[in-house]
Design a protein around this ligand. Structure first.
Ligand SMILES: Cc1cc2nc3c(=O)[nH]c(=O)nc-3n(C[C@H](O)[C@H](O)[C@H](O)COP(=O)(O)OP(=O)(O)OC[C@H]3O[C@@H](n4cnc5c(N)ncnc54)[C@H](O)[C@@H]3O)c2cc1C
Length: 414
């Protein structure tokens, strides 16, 4: 039997290769540049470490406090789910270390790693002929039973299938080394900043790494040329927390903002960013790339003799959406009602102070599963949302109410 060829040896591709090897399938892992480091905030739920048996020394920091700041208010609250445990944290990793480990493990389990750039494919009745350029820019050919496109937002595999490029946002990030006394503030803290001044369509962030922080912004279509200005605005909002820092790296990359209609085609499955599986609301894509890599690999291994679009769509696409459609739908709705104007962002930031909202948010982030809240909690949240929305609309229309609540409040819920 011909091997399965996985294009892209980052998080998604390496998990796909690893899963195929566990199922006894021959794999070639083709990576354009083995020294490439994916620009990324590196925030992952701890679930990734248990599900994929990863050592926790890959974690730089365990974030236990989250900060959400809109132009007029800031809330700070613990990372705590409905069932408190020592797994209630956001793991911060550096992709240079994280990706290398996962890729190396796939190789140790028998995947053949080739450094080369995928350039095209031809699908036939009994297999796929893949063409790539080796390091000396010579064209090479390899015959595969099936292909997994794990080659990210600009996927050449998707292009070779004749698919259009997905709508994209750009994420732009600076890594900043801070003096010890400033780093102390970020040791267990990660922050999201909302506002037209820092991120017109998404949010800006500061995530801690082992000896530095990553500060970044997201900008939607048409606003990418302002990315540097937006990042400068973020840094001036955060003079006290980022001041005296030394800039060590600038990174930028596109993020797909919409999943593809189909994840599978005859003998080809797309995963992770190549399939548009990033959560548009949060820009979270690492877990989704790994999970889709695993599920696509399982579907291909089950149909190695005939990995037709029909088989793969039944065992990968349909299974994926059955499991995760509620999560994507909920987060898309959240984005629509939270990020489109400063009033919406104020409502969102105010709602983040609600302990029920905090718990539901972390339940779904940490467990990657959306469980409807009890009716009583849903009613409470709806009531709170309505009163907050009315308050923010009054503030927008008439300015600060004289005796209304303070415009800058912090909360620390338990
Ligand atoms: C600035 C920024 C911050 C982010 N922060 C977070 C975060 O905090 N948490 C989170 O979960 N997600 C975050 N994301 C999203 C996350 O980085 C991606 O969703 C994730 O890396 C997708 O993984 P992937 O395996 O699908 O593709 P990628 O990680 O993009 O990897 C694609 C791989 O394919 C290779 N490749 C490309 N073309 C070819 C070719 N022609 N031939 C061979 N190989 C090829 C590339 O070299 C690369 O190794 C962030 C993204 C950005 C841009």
């Amino acid at each position: 039997m011909e091997p399965v060829l996985v294009v892209g040896a980052s998080v998604g591709g390496s998990i796909a290769a690893n899963t195929l090897r566990e199922l006894g399938v021959e794999v070639i892992l083709l990576e354009r540049d083995l020294n490439y480091v994916k620009p990324c905030g590196g925030a992952v739920p701890p679930l990734v470490f248990s599900e994929y048996h990863l050592p926790e020394d890959l974690i730089d920091r365990k974030v236990k406090t989250a900060v959400v700041a809109s132009p007029r208010q800031m809330s700070e609250f613990p990372v705590a789910s409905s069932h408190p445990s020592d797994r209630d944290f956001i793991a911060m990793v550096r992709r240079e270390k994280f990706d290398r480990f996962i890729r190396q493990r796939a190789v140790e389990r028998g995947a053949t790693l080739i450094e080369g750039k995928f350039t095209g494919l031809q699908i036939g009745p009994s297999g796929v002929q893949v063409t790539y350029e080796d390091k000396r820019r010579r064209a090479q050919h390899v015959q595969a039973a099936a292909v997994i496109g794990a080659d990210g937002a600009y996927s050449a595999v998707a292009k070779a299938l004749g698919l259009e490029r997905l709508p994209m946002a750009v994420a732009y990030q600076e890594r900043i080394r801070l003096p010890a006394h400033t780093m102390q503030y970020w040791e267990q803290r990660a922050a999201l900043y909302l506002g037209d001044d820092v991120s017109p369509d998404l949010y800006a962030w500061v995530f801690p790494k082992y000896d530095h922080v990553a500060a970044g912004i997201g900008a939607g279509a048409g606003k990418t040329q302002h990315a540097r200005d937006l990042l400068n605005n973020l840094k001036s909002r955060l003079k006290d927390q980022l001041g005296e820092g030394e800039s060590i790296l600038f990174e930028a990359h596109h993020l797909p903002m919409h999943p593809r209609k189909h994840l599978s085609y005859d003998r080809v499955a797309l995963i992770g960013d190549a399939a548009g599986l990033v959560q548009a609301t949060s820009g979270e894509g690492i877990y989704w790339a790994m999970k889709s890599g695993e599920m696509a690999a399982r579907a291909i291994a089950a149909h190695l003799d005939n990995p037709s679009a029909e088989h793969l769509r039944r065992d990968y696409d349909a299974q994926w959406w059955k499991r995760y459609r509620p999560t994507y739908t909920f987060l898309q709705l959240l984005q629509r009602i939270s990020y489109n104007s400063d009033t919406q962002r104020e409502i969102f930031a105010a709602m983040c102070q609600d302990p029920d909202v905090q718990r539901l948010t972390f339940d779904s982030y940490l467990a990657k599963h959306i469980e409807p809240a009890p009716w009583s909690v849903q009613m409470k949240i709806t009531g709170h949302w309505l009163s907050t929305a009315i308050h923010e609309l009054i503030v927008e229309r008439f300015g600060s109410p004289r005796h209304g609540p303070s415009l800058l409040h912090r909360s620390q819920s338990n």
